[in-house]
Design a protein around this ligand. Sequence first.
Ligand code: DGL
Length: 256
Amino acid sequence: MSILVFDSGVGGLTVLREARVLMPDRRYIYVADDAGFPYGDWEEAALLDRMTALFGELIERFRPELFMIACNTASTLAIDHLRKVYPEQTFVGTVPAIKPAAERTRSGLVSVLATPGTVKRQYTRDLIRDWASKVNVRLVGSTELARLAERYARGGMVDEEEVLREIEPCFVEQDGKLTDIVVLACTHYPFLVNRMRKVAPWPVDWIDPSEAIARRALSLVRQGAPEEGSDIAWFTSGAPDAATQRFLGGFGLAFE
Ligand code: DGL
């Protein structure tokens, strides 16, 4: 039995990294639905159908002890549905860290940087209503950042002007106050956070929820003997390019 970490691309590796720190004795299977990337652009009903079928396949193929859905775009759409359809499975989701941001902000101006899909979700709106009703939350949907992060992961290059263009709407000045927190509500974004910091109009706290997600998973896994076998990556396209395979190798993942 192992832990399956799922994303549309390489973003979930930012969650895998934290999971390994807290649960070093587990075996990890990293699954990317790269044939469906980017999830942020999908129409909801079609993506829900795709994920429901794909998770059925993943259960059959890998039989993990726990699924970590390391993707905000996927979790905010599908986690409740997957729990209903596959009640015997354990799912840990990744949803925008709006509650901790609302608790921490001093200026009362928070931005949530996410894919267009996550920004549109009812789930995200409900989080704001439930946990941040006294805070001014700006939702910023980025069409390009997940792609930029994929490219960066593969080749190590990123255009800082493009990064700035995508994050600029997060920075709000209102009644003499400035945005002081940006929630990274897409698991791809922590790969670019140093660039974001560099080009940001002013310093802010960037909230990356990976560690909190790993903690939640830790509370759900069975304690006991370490898992056998090496960690692997499985991509729905069948064959990621050599640069991606090298990148996965850097995370100790053999390509299956
Ligand atoms: N990594 C995903 C997330 O956390 C999204 C990337 C995509 O658009 O597929 O939302």
